[in-house]
Design a protein around this ligand. Structure first.
Ligand code: NAP
Length: 246
């Protein structure tokens, strides 16, 4: 489905990003993986991906840094020649109620989750516009649509991703480049594994499908959006949440 294409996936050393990278590789794409610090996990996924017979390389890069992302994008363009698909997936949480939320926790969550996506799109924008084709997929969250007590910083960042997605979609539509967002619900990864059991049970109770989603279920939606089959879809926010936010 993606044979001969090159995809950049941020936050691909673990969780949803890793599942997307593996799924795209199985479907023929060469993969550039961006991770924050977990080198062992990044190396492991690169080796696994290479088994699919595609090219893969990992890059340690803090997506919140404008200069680091510029250097990394330049290296990726040199290595792969061009980028067809960008998946902005890197994300962090620093949860607390507003009364207790520090300015630093607000700023750092916005920097990684929202500015990180801006940085990557900004540096790849000229090549997407020049090549007149491409796919940008941003990972938002249902929390960015519905809000969530204890996650004002994260929800603000994920809502911001939706505004960014729609604006970039309008700017790049005439160039044949689509930009869409995926809003996952409660997905089983390190991010949710760290939640206390009583909170997990409370969320599960609110999900009509009564289960957590799998990273692979987000990856299959990303694969569709990245494929030629999704050529007329842009500026959309697609939920994958077992009905949580109906
Ligand atoms: P995860 O398992 O915690 O993995 C986070 C990934 O992001 C890791 O690869 C990590 O790299 C990378 N990362 C973190 N900070 C970074 C930075 N500053 N620069 C570059 N990479 C960075 O998270 P996940 O659950 O898979 O979540 C992936 C995305 O889906 C996030 O945007 C998250 O907000 C969103 N999402 C998740 C859920 C859910 O229920 N899990 C629901 C809705 C939305 P290292 O391994 O090097 O640390």
């Amino acid at each position: 489905m993606l044979r001969g294409k090159t995809a950049v996936v941020t936050g691909a050393s673990r969780g949803i990003g890793r599942a997307i990278a593996e799924c795209f590789a199985k479907n023929g794409a060469n993969i550039a993986i961006i991770y924050a610090g977990n080198e062992a996990a990044a190396k492991e996924i690169v080796e696994k991906i290479a088994e699919s017979g595609v090219e893969a390389e990992s890059y340690k890069c803090d997506v919140s840094s404008f200069s680091e992302t510029k250097e990394t994008v330049d290296k990726i363009l040199q290595r792969f020649g061009g980028v067809d698909i960008l998946v902005n997936n890197a994300g962090v949480v620093k949860d607390s109620l507003m009364l207790k939320m520090s300015e630093q926790d607000f700023d750092s969550v916005l920097s990684v989750n929202l500015k990180g996506a801006f940085n990557m799109i900004k540096h790849l924008f000229p090549q997407f516009a020049r090549r007149r084709k491409g796919r940008i997929i941003n990972i938002s969250s249902v929390v960015g649509i519905c809000g969530n007590a204890g996650q004002a910083n994260y929800a603000a960042a994920k809502s911001g991703i939706i505004g960014l997605t729609k604006s970039v979609a309008k700017e790049l539509a005439s160039r044949g480049v689509t930009c869409n967002a995926i809003a996952p619900g409660f997905i089983k990864t390190d991010m949710t594994d760290s939640l206390p059991e009583n909170i997990k049970d409370r969320v599960l109770d609110q999900i009509p499908m009564k289960r957590m989603g799998l990273a692979e279920e987000i990856a299959s939606l990303a694969l569709f959006l990245a494929s030629d089959n999704a050529g007329y879809i842009t500026g959309e926010v697609i939920k994958a949440d077992g009905g949580l936010c109906i």
